[in-house]
Design a protein around this ligand. Structure first.
Ligand SMILES: Nc1nc2c(ncn2[C@@H]2O[C@H](COP(=O)(O)OP(=O)(O)OP(=O)(O)O)[C@@H](O)[C@H]2O)c(=O)[nH]1
Ligand SMILES: [Zn+2]
Length: 363
């Protein structure tokens, strides 16, 4: 296959000149480029110019879960073999990471190379700005551009009410476009389509926020492809193959993985800073460089609070997310420290053993 036809085949999945450049050394080794559309234990499905192939990730499964191949990664796969192997993956432009179970406070990459993080928020229930801010922190932290999509706009009875809701969300989302859509009536979908039409998008948001409905509207099909298999017991059994990454009919790529639904905050300090851009801006004018905005003299944040230009809810939410984030960071640091200590101990023991072996030799 020529490099032009590879380019044409993979462009709908987000392949571009820059990816092709960083892939060049792998191409020289006879490896094929492809994008991971799904991962399961030790295996992944990769869309290549020649179609979807199944590949083993044993070569690229390091100890660090942050470095495990994930949906959205561009990989170098072997041209054949049973099993065929993923040999490497290209450096990520962005990555969605979440903290795993409380026992092991490591990050886990959920999706890679995402450009737009679509945060779906239902207008059918009372707005929870704190929750929106949390999703936005995570989105900014990943490197993707967040977009808030207020769904089920048809359930808001009047236009004035709707515009107030949008304004509320906008105060919680500086630098973030806020759209309203109704999947029921199709309102606002073209604006969303224009955004996701370029690059790779993910859908975030609480259960019931309308993510699947949006995904279906964008893809124009069911995201779950149900494949009829051999009817073993006459009950019409089906197996479902899930593609977690889809090329959209109007251009752009959508990643929708179960794991991304319900992500938490992970080391998102700079992300939190971006969500609360106006507070960070104020903080630059505090008298003390390390002002905690609690009771310090010359605190510009508290001054804005007093003046009523900064809503108290915003400051509370900022503090809460910062605290939570610091806790996660501290937990990770503790893990790192204990790992380093273990490493020292091991090296110490090896060193001691080596010394003793030498001594034995001298004796
Ligand atoms: N009235 C109205 N209902 C909607 C709209 N979009 C989604 N819904 C309904 O809201 C409910 C939840 O939508 P889903 O798309 O399943 O939500 P989800 O975010 O995918 O939920 P999870 O799969 O639990 O994460 C469904 O009953 C949808 O039919 C809309 O634009 N208008
Ligand atoms: Zn201050």
């Amino acid at each position: 296959m020529t490099s032009t036809s590879v380019f044409t085949a993979l462009a709908p999945y987000g392949w571009d000149e820059a990816w092709a450049d960083s892939f060049a050394p792998f191409a020289a080794d006879g490896l094929l480029p492809g994008r991971v559309i799904r991962v399961d234990r030790g295996q992944c499905d990769v869309v290549t110019a020649g179609g979807v192939v199944r590949a083993d990730t044993a070569f690229v499964t390091p100890h660090d879960p942050m470095r495990v191949v994930c949906t959205g990664d561009w990989v170098a796969v072997e041209p054949g073999g049973n099993p065929r192997y993923v040999r490497s993956y290209l450096p990520r432009r962005t990555a969605f990471v979440r903290s795993t179970s409380s026992k092991r406070s490591e990050g886990q990459v959920l999706a890679a190379n995402v450009d737009h993080a679509i945060v779906a928020v239902s207008l059918a229930v009372e707005l929870d700005l704190g929750r929106i801010e949390r999703f936005l922190a995570l989105a900014w932290e990943s490197g993707a551009q967040p977009v808030v999509v207020l769904t089920k706009a048809d359930l808001v009875p009047d236009a004035t009410g709707l515009s107030y809701l949008v304004q509320d969300v906008e105060t919680a989302a500086p630098g973030v476009p806020v759209l309203t859509v109704s999947a029921l009536h199709g309102d606002g979908l073209d604006v969303l389509r224009a955004i996701v039409g370029d690059g790779t998008s993910v859908l975030l948001g609480q259960s019931g926020a309308g993510k699947s409905t949006l995904a279906n509207a964008l893809t124009g099909e069911e995201v779950m492809e149900v494949q009829a298999t051999r009817d073993m017991d006459g009950k019409g059994r089906h197996t479902t193959t899930t593609r977690n990454l889809l090329a959209l009919p109007g251009g752009g790529v959508l990643i929708d993985t179960p794991g991304l639904r319900g992500v938490g905050l992970w080391d998102a300090e700079s992300g939190v800073g971006q969500v609360f851009a106006e507070i960070e801006e104020l903080a630059a004018d505090c008298r003390f460089h390390d002002c905690a905005h609690e009771a310090e003299p010359g605190c510009a944040v508290l001054a804005a609070l007093d003046a009523g230009t900064l809503p108290e809810r915003r400051l509370d939410s900022y503090r809460k997310l910062m605290r939570e984030n610091q806790w996660i960071v501290a937990k990770t640091d503790a893990r790192l420290r204990s790992e380093i200590r273990k490493d020292w101990k091991r090296r110490g023991a090896e060193g001691k053993a080596a010394m003793e072996a030498k001594r034995g030799h001298w004796r």
